[in-house]
Design a protein around this ligand. Structure first.
Ligand code: XBP
Ligand code: MG
Length: 259
């Protein structure tokens, strides 16, 4: 019997590599549709990811890179319209199968469910982006595996604030010590730790490898599959080739030993 009750997972960069070839082209297509000469290259987008939330990221871009665009109610209306268009484009991409789940994600979700571990989401993106990604990349029953989907504007402050993880814990009716969290970025790590989620696994990706994951219990290059083992970058994966429920259980016990 594992020592934790629920697994709370981030979405973008964790469940799937959504950013460079998903959200980013959707933003660029929305900019082009609205006649804006804003082009987010893969490199620039890597910098812009320091700001979580698509609407917040666009406002930051204007303030930092397009200061000539006057800050006003019109700008906020423009950003809101751009985000609506971008989200519609992104959803179409997901429905077209553009963004697969990362290796090991379905395996770990299935194993967790079979072990009686409750599943939840804590993400900055919109709820519809989450359910559509799950359905289109994992099967139409996948969204129903998650008891809680805490997402987007449901909270006033996005990651690295702890709000979205606190909401997920509240809706689960659990304390942080009863849970394991999985993240991909420094903003996500700070958010989870600020909510008390010390049993925190990080699966890095192209944009987040090399970020500061101090405080994370275990950092790996991915969840791994039997024919493509996971590699620990910080902390101990034990002798198993993949991140499975037993690895999460050992990590959770170490993180809360004596607590
Ligand atoms: C990552 C984010 C999101 C996406 C864009 O979320 O910061 O804002 O980049 O999605 P996660 P939206 O917490 O899952 O890593 O445009 O819907 O915000
Ligand atoms: Mg993420």
């Amino acid at each position: 019997m594992q020592s934790f009750e629920a697994l709370i997972l981030d979405v973008d960069g964790t469940l799937a590599d959504t950013e460079r070839d998903g959200h980013r082209p959707a933003f660029n297509a929305a900019f082009a549709e609205m006649g804006l000469d804003w082009e987010w290259t893969a490199e620039l987008y890597g910098e812009l990811l320091a700001v979580t939330g698509g609407k917040e990221r666009m406002l930051h871009f204007v303030e930092r890179w397009r200061p000539e665009v006057p800050g006003s109610r019109n700008l906020r209306d423009l950003i809101a319209e751009l985000h609506r268009r971008k989200t519609a484009i992104y959803l179409d991409m997901l429905r077209g199968g553009a963004v697969p789940l990362r290796p090991g994600v379905m395996r770990l979700l299935r194993e967790s469910r079979e072990a009686g571990v409750r599943l939840a989401i804590a993400t900055t993106t919109t709820p519809e982006n989450v359910t559509t990604l799950l359905e289109c990349s994992g099967g139409e029953e996948l969204p129903g595996w998650f008891e809680v989907i805490a997402a987007g504007d449901a909270v006033p402050a996005k990651k690295p604030a702890p709000d979205i993880y606190n909401l997920a814990l509240e809706e689960l009716g659990l304390a942080a010590r009863d849970c394991v969290a999985v993240e991909d970025s420094d903003n996500g790590v700070r958010s989870a730790l600020a909510a008390g989620l010390r049993a925190l696994l990080v699966t890095v990706n192209g944009y987040t490898r090399g970020q500061d994951f101090s405080g994370a219990a275990l950092v790996v290059d991915g969840l791994g599959e039997p024919d493509a083992p996971a590699r620990a970058l910080q902390g101990s994966l034990g002798d198993g080739p993949v991140v499975d429920v037993a690895v999460l259980d050992a990590m959770h016990r170490r993180a809360f030993a004596g607590a």
